[in-house]
Design a protein around this ligand. Structure first.
Ligand code: PAF
Length: 292
């Protein structure tokens, strides 16, 4: 596996691969890799990539002043070994100075889909994400790029940006990888103490309760949200940030129930903030069965 740390060496290595007719797959990450990230590498291959590039960059612009940028877990050596075993071709590990030279000021404005839920609680977060993802796309120029569905709103922000700014890349959104008890894999899970880890699956349980209500035919946003809140409230030590039923294209309240929906949630356990979601397709809702 080739490791690069500058934009020039990265561009040169990728240009050489493209000159040999390779299809470039890209998985941007913030490192401290787990099975979820490795599944994105596999998804890149399954979607036609035969030269897989992974980036590791803890992007300061997507963290708020009181968030966990400084303590975000980092282990370059372990990440390098996992990616090598996974057969990744190129690992790009830029520094903050490489990605944001002192005189850089331009940011991508993420638009309406970035405003509710995560955007409301984490002002500037999606502008930071959109900016770094566009920069990385410009450096790597991938044929296909893969992101995890756990960050559902991030997926929608990136999809909107790619469409609005005519970025020539095919996006793939891969399924969330979960622990046996339903907890979505996340680098932030490592912050949890063993006692907090026991509480964490309540987020997935609450979302599942919302899903069951929708598949039973409940057609009232507040009823579904109250049901999820009730489940979360049964677990002391878990503070709900939001548990919401939204339209996955806009992240706003759904206009009706005749469309795909998304149940999205964020909770705090001690100092750790966890997010998760479940997509509910039209086909699994009773009133749409048999309809076109
Ligand atoms: O999902 C992440 O790990 C990050 O938000 C991303 C897409 C790598 C941008 O920093």
């Amino acid at each position: 596996m080739h490791i690069t740390r500058t934009i020039d060496e990265t561009r040169t290595a990728i240009a050489a691969a493209k000159a040999h007719g390779r299809r470039v797959g890209f998985v941007p990450t913030m490192g401290y890799l787990h099975e979820g990230h490795l599944s994105l590498v596999r998804a890149a291959r399954e979607n036609g990539a035969d030269f897989v590039v992974v980036s590791i960059f803890v992007n300061p612009k997507q963290f708020g002043p009181n968030e966990d940028f400084d303590r975000y877990p980092r282990d370059e050596e372990r990440d390098r070994r996992s990616l090598e075993q996974e057969g990744v071709d190129l690992l790009f590990i830029p520094s903050v100075e490489v990605m944001y030279p002192e005189d850089s000021t331009t940011m991508v404005s993420a638009g309406a889909v970035a405003r509710p839920l995560e955007g409301q609680r984490r002002p500037g977060h999606f502008e930071g994400v959109a900016t770094i993802v566009l920069k990385l796309f410009n450096i790597v120029q991938p044929d296909v790029a893969v992101f995890g569905r756990k960050d559902a709103q991030q997926c929608s922000v990136i999809a909107r940006m790619v469409e609005d700014l005519d970025v020539p890349v095919r996006l793939v959104f891969a399924e969330t990888v979960r622990e046996g008890d339903g907890l979505a894999r996340s680098s932030r899970n490592t912050y949890l103490t063993p006692e907090q880890r026991e509480l964490a699956p309540v987020l997935h349980r609450a979302l599942r309760a919302g899903e069951e209500a929708l598949t039973r035919g409940v057609e009232h946003v507040e009823t579904v949200e109250q049901l999820m809140l009730k489940i979360a409230a049964e677990t002391p030590g878990v503070e709900v940030d939001y548990l919401a039923l939204v339209d996955p294209r806009t992240f706003a309240r759904p206009a009706d129930f005749y469309r795909d929906l998304l149940l999205a949630g964020a909770v705090r356990i001690g100092k750790t903030r966890l997010i998760d979601n479940i997509a509910v397709s039209r086909a699994s809702m009773p009133h749409t069965r048999g309809r076109g």
